[in-house]
Design a protein around this ligand. Structure first.
Ligand code: DGJ
Length: 759
């Protein structure tokens, strides 16, 4: 990638630099991000928001006024205090009393630094972050501004990277910490993003939950102090997703200014908003600094993961559209970013550990009849894995269950005209396994301490390259000997007793990050060897649903909860940052294995269609009528999967605490629209309702078809009417079980699909 210095004042450039004034303006007509070096050499943020025209100087946006209790930098000058300034990469200990972006311990024990502006360069496109997932962009798509700060006393350098993309309101940021001095340094904190906004009038929305209840949105108004979400599980976790929204009060789906923050990382994270005494809001995200300490010998450097931040004005919807496009166009790898995903059947809920080759083939052949394209063999195919107490770590086919091995099974599946996929849990080991018996020290443990387990499993020490190499070889061998198109990459443990057994006492603070780097390394090596392989991420359901994993795994299993109603809530919440093409979603059996709820197969299908569609049951157990519905669903998905995978997704009616839920997808050319309209609990004789559609061509005529009772079935309506007046979707038949209503009757958990087609 060409690297060159560009001192551009061109209004069309993505990076406008006023060299004499030390002013940097990143803009693309959608957003502006303006920084300036002040008289003390500090890099300040002047503005982040909707695009503004450039001007020679924005220096008037710096407020330097005397405050009574300020800690001032210049003797005799009461106005210059770091406490008041909006710094780009603040430090602790020199008058700024908020959370620092960086903290580096020196040989004398001090963590004080004084980072001063040194230099900058602009790079067309976007350099990769070595060993880390990050958005990708070519020279014609983005420009990266790199600003170098330096601490004169220690020789510590910080390279701040800012990438601005054409046509996107999202900015990508990361930092590289470089030791150019001659002493040993320890990085104890290095945020990927630190951004001071001038006021605090924001609502903060976070996405929290638990196993089987992942990523429900929760909103609260910011108040003074720190409002933080984080993970110390060494996985992003089920509890708090590494994403958040700051929006102006009153923001709804279609109106209001929002900032979306997403962290492209899968381990311990921290994301917080700190409102200070003057109601300035400092937003930071990065690797969680608890238990973090990264040694830097002279000449070494440390790269932080990437963070993304957006600014949009069209409500939550506009922010989601921007993140969906970023994930689809710049994060998910080719060819799967644009490629429709195969309809799959997974045997987990159908068999759990109780299967043999014939049982699997019978499940697959029934699925093949329905048009399903990929058979996925889940947990239990390897080693001595007859339950969850043994076998993890031994990635060798279990001959009792699979007498012809995976090669034989894959061939039988392939011969039917289906692709074959396989489950792995590469990061874990059971004590009852040959791998553990040979290398007990490879299971994460702290010497002489008790080891906790989860579901009888222990994590392998992925900070140790020998461990990664062993698992790589085992997986590579399996993938080379059977025709495998897809793998499901599961992980059902969170780190405990984290300890680096190979690098010694000084390295313990590096362990958790090194573990994640090991996971990324294995993923990358497998993808280098098998570039077409589709990997679906998974972690006990949706316990590692993050942008870091999406870089390698184009889809992630959303949740172990396959109940249609719970799935509406999970997929709705997930959709704020992630597109449907990233969300693994399956139709399963009823009563549902997680909730015991009985929902119609139509609704289970109508929810799963808005994800990477698949089944997780033995279709042979279904009634003829339900099987016909499965045939219809698969045919519908195949007809519309390009739209479902690459179209724009809009939320229309939130399921939380409501009787109903709705969402829609619009094709790129705006000719095809698919709306999922769900009744949760029926409201007898319910209100008149309509849905204001979005993203349509206002002048196009859309012909409406509906898979259930509807008063607008067969009508042709114009885009402007559908968006401004709305599309009537009253559940008029509700409450008349006696069959009086000519439209029929609706029940709890009913659903309909509307398809709107313009010529
Ligand atoms: C947890 C996953 O979320 C499930 O889908 C399944 O693969 C099991 N693990 C298998 O052990």
């Amino acid at each position: 990638m060409a690297t060159r210095k560009r001192e551009s004042q061109d209004q069309d450039a993505r990076v406008i630099v006023h060299d004499e004034d030390g002013q940097f303006h990143l803009t693309n007509g959608l957003i502006s991000y303006i920084m300036k070096v002040d008289g003390e050499g500090k890099l300040l943020n002047l503005y982040f928001g909707q695009a503004v025209a450039d001007r020679e100087s924005f220096a008037h946006l710096i407020e330097l006024q005397h405050r009574p209790t300020a800690t001032c930098r210049i003797e005799g000058d009461m106005t210059y205090s770091l406490e008041h300034l909006r710094q780009e990469y603040p430090e602790y200990g020199t008058g700024d009393y908020r959370q620092p972006a960086i903290s580096v311990r020196q040989e004398n024990g001090s963590t004080l630094t004084d980072l001063q502006y040194l230099d900058y360069e602009t790079i067309e496109g976007k350099p990769e972050l070595e060993g880390l997932p990050a958005t990708r962009a070519g020279e014609d798509e983005a420009t990266t501004l790199r600003i170098i700060l330096r601490d004169g006393l220690t020789g510590l350098k910080v390279a701040l990277n800012y990438t601005i993309f054409d046509g996107s309101p999202i900015l990508a940021r990361s930092a590289r910490i470089i030791n150019e001095g001659n002493q040993h340094l320890v990085v104890e904190r290095a945020m990927s993003l630190s951004l001071d906004m001038p006021d605090s009038d924001y609502d903060m929305t976070i996405f929290s939950g638990a196993w089987a209840r992942e990523r429900h949105p929760h909103t609260h108004h910011l108040h003074e102090g720190i409002q933080e979400i984080s993970s110390l599980r060494n996985a992003s976790g089920h509890f708090l997703n590494p994403t958040a929204i700051l929006s102006r009060p009153g923001t709804n789906e279609t109106m209001g200014e929002t900032m979306g923050i997403g962290f492209v990382y899968s381990g311990n994270f921290d994301l917080h908003a700190e409102v200070d005494t003057y109601r300035v809001t400092r937003i930071q995200t990065g690797i969680n600094d608890a238990n973090f300490a990264w040694r830097l010998a002279p000449g070494q450097d440390f790269q932080t993961p990437e963070a993304l931040v957006s600014c949009t004005t069209g409500g939550y919807q506009a922010m989601s559209q921007a993140f969906h496009a970023m994930v689809r166009d710049h994060l998910i790898r080719s060819p799967w970013n644009k490629r429709a995903r195969p309809v799959l059947i997974n045997n987990w809920e159908a068999t759990y550990f109780d299967f043999n080759e014939d049982r699997l083939v019978s499940i697959a052949s029934k699925a093949k009849e329905a048009g399903i394209e990929l058979f996925v063999l889940d947990d239990g195919w390897f080693g001595s894995r007859n339950g969850d107490t043994a076998g993890l770590g031994d990635w060798i086919p279990n001959k009792e269950r699979l007498p012809r091995g995976l090669t034989g099974l894959a061939k039988r599946i392939n011969d039917m005209g289906m692709k074959f996929g396989l489950w792995f849990e590469p990061e874990t080991v059971n004590k009852d396994s040959d791998l553990y018996r040979a290398h007990p020290d490879w299971a994460i443990h702290t010497p002489d301490r008790h080891m906790n387990h989860g579901r009888n499993e222990f994590l392998l020490d992925f900070s140790n390259p020998d461990v990664v190499e062993n698992i790589y070889r085992q997986m590579h061998h399996i993938l080379s000997t059977a025709n495998i198109s897809y793998i499901k990459w599961d992980m059902n443990r969170f780190v405990s007793e984290g300890f680096d057994t190979t690098r010694g006492p000084q390295s313990q603070g590096e362990f958790h990050h090194r573990y994640i780097l090991g996971v990324y390394d294995l993923l990358q090596r497998l993808l280098d060897a098998f570039p077409d392989l589709l990997i679906e991420g998974c972690a006990s359901g949706g316990g590692r649903f993050d942008m870091g994993m999406l870089y390698y795994t184009p889809q992630i299993w959303c949740s172990d909860d396959t109940d249609a109603v719970e799935r509406m809530k999970i997929q709705y919440g997930t959709s704020f940052f992630y597109p449907p093409s990233a969300m693994g979603a399956h139709v399963s059996i009823v009563p549902n294995h997680q909730t015991g709820r009985v929902t119609p197969i139509r609704t289970r299908g109508n929810v799963a269609l808005f994800g990477t569609f698949g089944y997780e049951l033995d279709l042979g157990t279904l009634s003829e009528e339900d099987m016909e519905e499965v045939h219809r669903q698969v045919a519908f998905y195949k007809e519309h999967r390009q739209v479902l995978a690459t179209g724009s997704f809009y939320r229309l009616r939130a399921p939380y605490g409501n009787h109903r839920c709705a969402w829609m997808v619009v094709s790129e050319d705006r000719r095809t629209v698919i709306i999922g309209d769900y009744t949760i609990l029926l409201e007898p004789n319910g209100p008149y309702t309509s849905l204001k559609l979005q993203g349509l061509d206002p002048q196009a005529d859309y012909r409406i078809t509906c898979t259930g009772p509807s008063t607008i079935q067969g009508l042709t309506l114009r885009g402007d009417e559908l968006m401004r007046v709305g599309m009537v979707d009253s559940d008029a038949a509700s409450g008349e079980m006696g069959g009086v209503n000519p439209l029929g009757s609706t029940k709890d958990f009913d659903s309909r699909l509307f398809v709107l087609q313009a010529d």
